[in-house]
Design a protein around this ligand. Structure first.
Ligand SMILES: Cc1cc2nc3c(=O)[nH]c(=O)nc-3n(C[C@H](O)[C@H](O)[C@H](O)COP(=O)(O)OP(=O)(O)OC[C@H]3O[C@@H](n4cnc5c(N)ncnc54)[C@H](O)[C@@H]3O)c2cc1C
Ligand code: FES
Length: 270
């Protein structure tokens, strides 16, 4: 785990609420794995006091070397302050933290599912997967409330992904929820994916995990939680999981250390 200052190399809106921020920090870029996260200290002042967790969205090994990008959604005070920051400003980063995505042992069909800002960690995973020699097929199912939530689609297309879009208001792609369309589509495929990767709201994650279990597909889910410290000290990020064999008492994992990526069957869905 490193503590480093990173220089902002760009910070630009992608839609009314979403921003891409490029950061230069070679030490962290050299270490971080897809699905791991950084605790970002937004200001040197006491407000906001706590660091905020963010995934790495894309890695740029060459342009410039040691740089990477975050995709963030403005939801509150910390992310609004981020949106006001300028090229040349610095952010203090703690990381890489947590357990990221694991690549499938067998090459072949990979399915990703994203809901809203849950798309954030998946391009880096997709790039790593494509670079691993896996030829796919790769499919992304991406859902949002409305069309402006559906960002980065071209990047997935460029990596060879077939992308299925779903919006709740029907403004782009199929109308409804991703999970409302996905299972029927899956049961129509000649082969099932080797793995399903997912990131999005809790209820979507639960549907994905239950669907994967019904179909016998391994699933890896990046879970969100309120995080006070990011390093296992404050217990604000507890997630109820199934206890190890032979243990009766409820078992709680820390999303920051044991996750944020969990196997679907590890989680006790309540
Ligand atoms: C491992 C991990 C990786 C993340 N990666 C990204 C990312 O790449 N891009 C991105 O936009 N966001 C990401 N998030 C969520 C992001 O950390 C929060 O949106 C951010 O901390 C909000 O800060 P704020 O000060 O703007 O909002 P606050 O003022 O702190 O809160 C505003 C609202 O957002 C809710 N909220 C705050 N934090 C979270 C959270 N962690 N999960 C769910 N709801 C929350 C609060 O309950 C409140 O309703 C990630 C979260 C985790 C746990
Ligand atoms: S965020 Fe403090 S224990 Fe996980």
């Amino acid at each position: 785990m490193l503590l480093r200052n990173a220089k902002i190399i760009f910070n630009k809106p992608v839609s009314a609420e979403l921003y891409h921020m490029g950061l230069l920090c070679p030490d962290i870029a050299a270490k971080i794995q897809p699905g791991q996260f950084l605790m970002v200290r937004i200001q040197d002042r006491l407000d906001p006091l706590l660091r905020r967790p963010f995934a790495v969205h894309r890695l740029y090994p060459n342009d410039p070397p040691g740089s990477f990008e975050m995709l963030y959604k403005v939801v509150g005070r910390g992310t609004q302050l981020l949106a006001n920051m300028q090229r040349g400003d610095f952010l203090n980063l703690l990381g890489p933290l947590g357990r990221g995505f694991r690549l499938p042992q067998d090459k072949g069909f990979v399915l990703m599912v994203a809901g809203g800002i849950g798309i954030a960690p998946l391009p880096y995973l997709a790039e790593t997967l494509a670079a691993s020699g896996n030829k796919g097929p790769f499919v992304l199912w991406f859902g949002g409330k409305t069309s402006t939530d559906l960002v980065c689609v071209q990047h997935f297309n460029d990596l060879g992904f077939a992308v299925q879009l779903v919006t709740e208001d029907g403004s782009e792609g199929k109308k409804g929820l991703v999970t409302g369309h996905l299972e029927q589509w899956l049961t129509q495929q000649d082969e099932l994916p080797k793995v399903m990767y997912s990131c999005g709201p809790y209820l979507m994650q639960r549907s994905v995990a239950e669907m994967a279990a019904r179909l016998g597909i391994p699933s890896q889910l990046s879970m969100e939680a309120l995080m006070g410290c990011g390093v296992g000290a404050c217990l604000s990020c507890s997630l109820r999981c199934h206890p190890p064999k032979g243990v009766q008492d409820p078992h709680y994992a820390n999303v920051c250390q044991d996750g944020p990526v969990f196997d679907g069957e590890e989680i006790f869905w309540d």
